[in-house]
Design a protein. Structure first.
Length: 190
């Protein structure tokens, strides 16, 4: 699970309402189980924010009580449906791995990183890179926990690869408690 910031927009007769102290009328998970109700603070311009600890798979729903609004009481209760990827835009995660073979040194270098919504995740936890041959037989797996601005560089000396063969790499990156896996990236030796 990971903390995610969500926002709710409150109006009075369609006009953004500021200076409120909204509270929760209800907050449950998708199975109807009550969840801890986080405090709600004003951002400005009718927007108020709160932080919840939710995974990608979970869906929570609730009702924010804006409090007594003098003229537009029909706008007092604001329904919310919360999914981690719904905060502002859908989170699109992609892991990239690039294998590079240096024939002179008989070494392999893998560059791997996780992108979310077009940006590299700057603080991933770890990476593991596995190399397979064309028969889908695992040749080896490398692991690392240190990255530079979210980019992992892992090396393998003497990988015992065969000239003229096709290999492929798969990278798994852990970030924010979530596991992200790359597509298979091909390495062809001449």
């Amino acid at each position: 699970m990971a903390n995610e910031t969500f926002a709710v927009y409150i109006t009075e007769l369609g006009v953004p309402k500021t200076g409120l102290s909204p509270t929760w009328s209800t907050l449950t998970d998708q199975d109807g189980n009550a969840e801890a109700q986080p405090s709600i603070t004003e951002i400005g311009g009718g927007f108020y924010k709160f932080v919840i600890d939710i995974t990608y798979e979970e869906i929570w729903m609730g009702v924010v009580d804006a409090g007594l609004i003098t003229m537009g009481n029909s706008e007092r209760y604001v329904p919310v449906v919360l999914k981690r990827y719904d905060s502002l835009t859908s989170i699109r995660s992609e892991v990239y791995v690039t294998p590079m073979y240096n024939e002179d040194a008989d070494s392999l270098t893998f560059v791997a990183y996780l992108m979310q919504n077009g940006g590299i995740v700057a603080v991933p936890t770890s990476v593991s890179v596995s190399l397979y041959d064309y028969t889908h037989t695992l040749k080896f797996t490398l692991a690392a926990t240190a990255s530079t601005n979210g980019v992992f560089v892992v090396n393998k000396s003497g990988p015992s690869l065969t000239s003229g063969e096709v290999y492929y790499a798969v990278a798994t990156i852990i970030a924010d408690g979530e596991t992200h896996v790359s597509v298979e990236t091909t390495l062809v030796l001449e």
